[in-house]
Design a protein around this ligand. Structure first.
Ligand code: COA
Length: 257
């Protein structure tokens, strides 16, 4: 990923966090823990997949809705780590040399320059349906059958599905971003986005879009703070429900470069 890759090359947000964390550590006597952004490496793959599942429901663990980590991680991180690793960044904490706490990945941004290259979720999940029995396993079957029923119902009602209209040449690129709770609220998410958008400018992308759950108000506020705008209305999400059973909605957000 060229320049965005330099370890320790903190932007404005990182500097702000360093100052805040330093004073907090001084006040509380806790050990100062640095967090840094760097390019994704192959050794990060299993940690990224774990975080993907642990933050998969609006930042909370998704296991109550989708228990099978392998298929979930394949659907929401597989293409990005395996086919386009040069567009990914991670947040890391800890030491390599073993003197302090061990090195750990605590968040990531997974990017894609050209959304047309990403295989559909049906194509990614199909082998898991066959080989891992997703349609009959308790941890995945309810959401999958409900998804099919929702899609059929939405087609009958002539509602637009969330996956329509995502291929727009004004915003050909996209991103996924997830931080573990310990890494949130410190400017690291903004730093990841800034560095990724710089990278996209460098490769000549016209713009970036993303999908988020509309009910994830924190994420919508975060993306607005980082220059993204709502694009279209929120659309009912196939299969996904809140813990209290209400249907959730997908919101597309865009930013031109
Ligand atoms: C959403 C997420 C990526 C934001 O990253 P972050 O490092 O916590 O956010 P930042 O500290 O860079 O915040 C930047 C700005 O975004 C807005 N923002 C961030 N978190 C917010 C929250 N919980 N509520 C309201 N605004 C928020 C604020 O304007 C903030 O600026 P400020 O600190 O000056 O007030 C991170 O919290 C996260 O991973 N959450 C869980 C997973 C998730 O929801 N991912 C997105 C799915 S599409």
């Amino acid at each position: 990923m060229g320049e965005p890759g330099r370890v320790g090359n903190f932007g404005r947000a990182g500097v702000r966090w360093h100052a805040a964390a330093g004073s907090l550590a001084a006040l509380s006597g806790l050990q100062y823990r640095e967090m840094r952004v760097r390019p994704y490496e192959q050794r990060d793959r299993s940690e990224v997949r774990r975080i993907c599942h642990e933050t998969g429901f609006m930042g909370e663990p998704v296991d109550w809705l989708w228990r099978d980590r392998e298929s979930f991680a394949d659907a929401f991180s597989g293409y990005w780590t395996d086919r386009e690793p040069e567009s990914a960044l991670v947040v890391e904490t800890g030491d390599e040399d073993g003197e302090g706490p061990a090195r750990r990945v605590v968040g990531y941004l997974l990017g894609c320059v050209d959304t047309k290259k990403v295989p559909s979720i049906v194509r990614v999940l199909w082998p898991h349906v066959i080989h891992r029995g997703l349609l009959i396993r308790g941890g995945t079957a309810p959401v999958l059958w409900r998804s099919m029923a929702d899609i059929a119902g939405d087609i009958v009602r002539e509602r637009k599905l969330p996956m329509e209209d995502l291929l727009d040449e004004r915003w050909p690129s996209h991103l996924h971003i997830d931080l573990l709770p310990e890494a949130r609220g410190r400017g690291l998410g903004s730093q990841l986005v800034e560095r990724y958008l710089d990278y996209l400018r460098g490769v000549g992308s016209a713009g970036c879009h993303l999908e988020t759950i509309f009910e994830n108000r924190n994420a919508v506020a975060f993306f607005k703070a980082n220059g993204f705008q709502l694009h279209g209305d929120p659309r009912p999400s196939p299969g996904w429900r809140s813990r209290s059973g209400e249907r959730l909605h997908i919101q597309v957000m865009v930013r031109s470069l």
